[in-house]
Write a protein that binds this ligand. Structure first.
Ligand code: NAD
Ligand code: UGA
Length: 367
């Protein structure tokens, strides 16, 4: 079928010994960037995405068009569709899965808890069930999250720190994913690498994230809410630029050992690894806003509120020594530099020109 032809063409590697990678969540923010990077270096890439409407599906379609230009095909389907996944693994002998599809977002979990269970737990298990039965068994690299550190307060966070106090259902499903990965590694010899991303931002980003809708609201003159912790402290995040995260993902794929089983049997000991991929330098949300004000040449209408029970954690801060040692991960983009690249993309994509207004207070944010 034409469908199968496109699947094969897209997932055939061009470089000698190149990988053949199934990227789930390929129409998403991180997935679209990783798909392009893998394809550019000569690996075969096939995308999978259900194009759900958690946020503007037209942005997902625009990313799909971008991927098309790089000859990456996205199969439209759900992680929970076992026959579809089985067919994909039957048609293509994937060497790797980069599993980025999930219900993301911390606060939305209070509105739609079921979507987190469906994609992050049931969908992940379905993928692992199909992967374990595939021949060859692919090595799996998947997105966990900094949110697993929850309300534990060691600073910075290391992979060996406690993860027993999730503050949101989102965090709980990401933590559950790590436990499930351990089980599939133990029983079936699947090679599994979890990546704990820290608040990733950049061009083609997610409209549900603060930096994205702050930009929109500042440009439209709408007020923004800046949350504080219950004890009135500033909330801080280890904001990490997308290009750094992409390098980390590719590094994890490159160093993933082969799975040891095939066709559902365990043949030996495969690896289970978990890494922080952060920026190592937390920034208060108020500072994020002032950088955006400088870039947009517009003052924000700020409204500071206390929001103690919305699932947010007070701060995140990554120690990335392990990822640096194992695959040379080294974040190189600071927040002002990364945000200026995001704003440049944003005004181009939405056709908006940031203008100086009477309220303008230019700031020097070059560093
Ligand atoms: P995203 O929402 O842009 O991308 C996820 C994609 O997966 C979407 O395109 C969505 O349509 C798709 N998807 C969701 N459920 C699906 C399902 N059941 N079947 C098929 N497709 C499905 O999010 P992102 O920011 O690119 O995040 C990628 C991964 O990284 C997610 O697992 C997320 O939880 C994790 N993560 C992201 C951040 C961040 O700051 N962006 C931080 C930590 C962890
Ligand atoms: C982000 C992603 O949305 C999650 O998918 C991801 O798993 C998580 O990072 C992670 O690193 O694990 P979050 O840090 O909450 O979650 O990202 P934003 O929604 O962009 O919020 C950033 C900061 O802005 C938070 O501290 C939040 O409290 C604050 N915020 C958010 C406000 O002050 N006001 C708002 O209106 C929204």
């Amino acid at each position: 079928a034409a469908w199968e032809k496109q699947v094969r063409r897209s997932s055939t590697p061009r470089r000698p010994n190149g990988f053949s990678v199934l990227v789930t969540g390929a129409a998403g923010f991180v997935g679209s960037h990783c798909s392009v990077a893998l394809k550019k270096r000569g690996d075969g890439v096939l995308g999978l995405d259900n194009f759900n409407s958690y946020y503007d599906p037209s942005l997902k379609r625009a990313r799909q068009n971008l991927l098309k230009k790089h000859q990456v095909f996205i199969v439209e389907g759900d992680l929970n569709d076992a026959p579809l996944l089985r067919k994909l693994f039957y048609v293509v002998p994937f060497t790797h899965v980069l599993h980025l599809a999930a219900q993301a977002g911390v606060r939305y979990a209070m509105q739609n808890p079921q979507s987190y269970i469906s994609s992050n737990i049931a969908g992940f298990v379905n993928l692992l069930e199909i992967a374990k039965a595939a021949n060859p068994q692919p090595a799996i690299v998947w997105a966990s999250s900094s949110s697993v550190y929850g309300l534990n307060t060691e600073n910075p966070f290391s992979e060996i720190d406690r993860t027993d106090k999730p503050a949101s259902l989102y965090a709980a499903t990401k933590k559950a994913g790590e436990e499930i990965a351990h089980t599939y590694n133990h029983i079936y010899g699947l090679s599994l690498t979890g990546l704990r991303f820290f608040t990733v931002y950049g061009p083609w980003g997610r409209p549900d994230m603060a930096y994205f809708f702050f930009t929109k609201d500042i440009l439209q003159g709408k007020s923004i809410e800046i949350y504080k912790t219950h004890d009135q402290k500033e909330v801080a995040r280890d904001f990490t630029y997308i290009d750094d995260v992409v390098k980390g993902c590719l590094g994890a794929v490159d160093t993933a050992e082969k799975s040891t089983g095939s066709g559902g049997e365990k043949k030996g000991k495969a690896q289970l690894r978990v890494y922080n991929l952060g920026n190592t330098s937390p920034v208060p949300v108020g500072r994020l806003v002032s950088i955006l004000e400088g870039l947009l040449k517009t003052k924000a209408k700020k409204h500071v509120i206390t929001m103690p029970r919305n699932g947010d954690v007070p701060f995140t801060h990554a120690n990335v020594t392990l990822a640096h040692t194992d695959f040379g991960y080294k974040p190189t983009t600071d927040l002002p530099t990364g945000l200026s690249k995001f704003v440049k993309w944003y005004v181009g994509y939405y056709g908006i020109q940031p203008r100086a207004t009477k309220e303008t207070q230019p700031t020097n944010e070059s560093g």
